[in-house]
Design a binder for this molecule. Structure first.
Ligand code: SF4
Length: 60
């Protein structure tokens, strides 16, 4: 798993969760979090990363 969210940058818009809810979820802190999954769709993760308005999501 190499998807990370920059918590300082995240503005809690929910775009990533909307694109890929199996991987991203909004937390009670108003920030997005990466779920603990064994595998993920890198295309969807890249899509969420590219559409994050503050470039907070990194995908390796
Ligand atoms: S799309 Fe970016 S700014 Fe919006 S909730 Fe996800 S990580 Fe945070």
């Amino acid at each position: 798993m190499a998807v990370k969210i920059d918590m300082d940058a995240c503005i809690g818009c929910g775009v990533c969760e909307g694109i890929y809810p199996d991987l991203f979820e909004m937390g009670g802190d108003g920030k997005a979090h990466v779920k603990n999954v064994s595998s993920y769709d890198s295309g969807l993760a890249q899509d969420a990363s590219s559409q994050c308005p503050v470039n907070a999501i990194s995908v390796d």
